[in-house]
Design a protein. Sequence first.
Length: 959
Amino acid sequence: MDHNGETHGPSTASRLTAQMSYNVVSQPAAGQQLYALLIKNIRIRIRDLAQTLNALFQPVWMMLVLVFLHLSAKSASNHVDVKALPFLSVDTCKSTTDCTYFGYTGVPATDPIITEISGFLTASEPNTVVPKFYANEEAMQAAYDASPVNFVVGVVFLGPSTNLLKPTNPAVAPDQFQYTILANHTAWVYNEYLNSRFATAQAYVERAAINLRRKANGKPPLSSPLPLKTDPGVGTTGAGRTFLSYANFVGLGSSINGALNPYYVIFCYQAVWLGVLSIIVEEKKKKIRMAMSMMGMTQNAYLCSLWLMQNIQNLAICALMTFILVIGRIFTHSNAFIIWLVLVLFSFNATAIGTMASVIVPDPKKTSQVSFILLIIMVGAYGACAALAFGSGHSVTTTQETLLFLIPSVALGRSIQYITGLEDALGGVTFDNISEGPLARAIYMLAVDCILFYFLAWYLDAVFPGEFGHALPFDFFLRPSYWGVGVYHRADSNVVHSDLDQSRTSGKDRANADMFENFDLSRVPVEDRKIIQVKGMRKSFSTSIGWAYHIPLWGLFVRIFYPPNSSRKTGPFAGAQEQEVVAGLDLEVHRNEILGFLGHNGAGKTTSLSIIMGMVKPTTGTVIVNGNLLPGSEGVTHRDLDMRTLGEVQKQMGVCPQHDVLFETLTAWETIQLYAAIKGVKVTGRKSGSGKGDHSDKQLLDGYLEHLLEDVYLKEKKHERVSTFSGGMKRKLSVALAFLGDPKVVLLDEPTTGMDVFTRKQVWQLMQDSKAGRAILLTTHSMEEADALGDRIAILSHGHLQTLGSSLFLKNRFGLGYRLSLEKRRVMLADQHKQAVHVGDDEVVLFDEIRTTTLVQQYFPDATIEVNTATDITYVLPTTGSVEQLQGRSAQEYIQDRKAVLPTLFAHLDMEIKANRLGVKSVGLALTTLEEVFVSLQEKEEHEKLEKEELDKRNAANK
Ligand SMILES: Nc1ncnc2c1ncn2[C@@H]1O[C@H](COP(=O)(O)OP(=O)(O)OP(=O)(O)O)[C@@H](O)[C@H]1O
């Protein structure tokens, strides 16, 4: 067992790795990716049950609150049973011949509306109710005063019925027809109101007006609103007599609740867009999405899997919400499927809206704020429309209303408002009457909104992928290459190849030529050369501007009157500062080579790797990976860009980012299966020559994946969740993922961080074994690792390459030189001050420090004593010299000179030791470590920086 608690298999050195044992190809396929991502989403949701139930039930709780509000408003005290409309002639008319119950003024007796009303009275209350014209309202009032029993209601028409006789134009709101009813009641209570016959008179007049409009539109007229009074079948609830339901009379509380319904329903959806927003932003921030993209995951597969998952969840959420609306008697008469359809269509929109919002949210901590702002916008949009467009006294045309439905919350709110209204008055919405009001249009527009918003979400996600992601050009979907049409056109990197070669020895390179080892390119076969090629790569980030500009709304105000100015460096009004983190990097990595990438914290290693991965665009410079000129490189104009380039590069790339990009709730086996599906890994057979044998494709793939886990010693842990893994185990899994699918280019960012010494050595072995056939770029802070693995080592400092060469070159060139260790002859403590002791007959000289040091300094005048103990002494023999010592020679020539001196020094030492003149028992020589090289280079850089600052100060003082 190692420190991490895993059982180790046999030594890697003694067995074949997965890469050596299987023939593997990568052929990513969108369908396979979508399926794998969907399964991953389902797994994560099932395992994170608390979160999933919360997301599922949050809208449902909100619905329950609505039900409770309604129940409290419709309490027993407010509830009034449905009562039939009374006839005008019941218990009022004392005579059967000269009753004048229905007085009117404002229109002549010949007006069609009076004819229509007369017809109804004849049909329902024949011979007992007669319409009677009065010249004006005063005359009508006087008639009432004279005989109140015979005169029940009077109607004052405020204009002729001419408007009602015009056919309806759908584009224009119909002109109004206005009238007032005079009736004898004093309180706005149900019984008095009905007994005064007000409602009955209203029913007659309204129905008469409706009939005139229907006739004008060529529709058959409706019958009288009341049945025949003498019909024996008519009791209290005869046809037409339940014309007004109790809902109109239950009091103020209920009508407020009804108006609240749309707002409440919109409120319920916050959880939906917040859920989508949180997932996308979090996966972006944790760079999981970036890593999956690096493995070849397409944006379409990612978004579709997320949308599918969320919308399946939405179907269930909306079913529950409908159930509660029906069970809670908010909607009792309407068709439940229609309500569900409205809710579901809006929930689909909410998913797209959450995706769109993710484009502007960089940080998971800000998701709830943004989600709340979205809620305000949604509710506010509906509220504004309800008050200004749909409210009483406002009329919008059908077209205007339909256009307003482009805002999904307006369409949803209006639908709920309409359904609530119909529930109260006319028995709810069914398929029979769905097309009569705005509901059908709202449903249709919610579907249109879905198409529109999903397109926008998809487009914005591609064009604004955030800090880590490859931004597509604004017209990407119009380019055939995005859709995979036409032959793949590799951006022509040949031109750039020659350009790079020509510029190799220019400018700064030439000045620092002896900092770089001359690499003999002819040793590398042509087809293996420059698998990764970076030239003049620069990257600048701008730091965030002062906090004053971030204050919502106020910040906008400040920007206008106090624009951010980059010369202001600190404080609330500081302008954006450009920071160059990669400053003209040149690099080449060949096949079968590991290039170690060293540098201090913040030197720009991760940024450089991210650029080579295609995840971050360089500010300037060129990056070529396996012959493909990466998008964003100089020389690739937007027009030339084949949209498949990055996908092609990523197919051949394996990456291990600096931070583990693993799903905590998945097991190691599920993780590697997920990434294998994303990469489209297929095993074509075993390398041993047995081909596929009797094994199915799946068996072969499982065998390969298992072998890969075995290579990093995680086979025993494969069914355990990543969340239970130690830091080192997570790194090992990340390394295994980087080598998945036989990538031709592998980028490893500090892969062995956190691993114990034993595991680290095993992973080194794996990397060594796996380097055949690929170019590996490895960043590390471990000098030992760079020394052990790096065929060549590049040291980066403040964004530029300080040096590049083999480990030996760096040690020779920048090390402190050689260490000469001498073992002294031992003496007992009592004899310490003696110069010589007798061993048998021979006198043996004890260690003579002065004589030895003089001898060493004869060959290396700058030699110094580093360690001097009772048993050993170590001299440092420098191989670097001052300008005077160089005497016109280059640093490398000087090193060669120093090295050439070594044999003579050794011959001399040997002679002296044999002659028993130094008191030295044995001699050892060692080269300085890479760590010392690194430290000395950093010190040199710091020294130069300080000198420059000093010079600048002096120049400034002189001015
Ligand atoms: N998105 C960003 N915005 C602003 N500055 C950034 C951004 N990413 C990196 N930097 C800055 O760029 C510099 C280089 O960062 P980078 O992560 O590339 O360094 P590194 O060499 O990998 O460091 P380490 O060894 O600590 O991982 C740092 O100063 C960092 O603050």
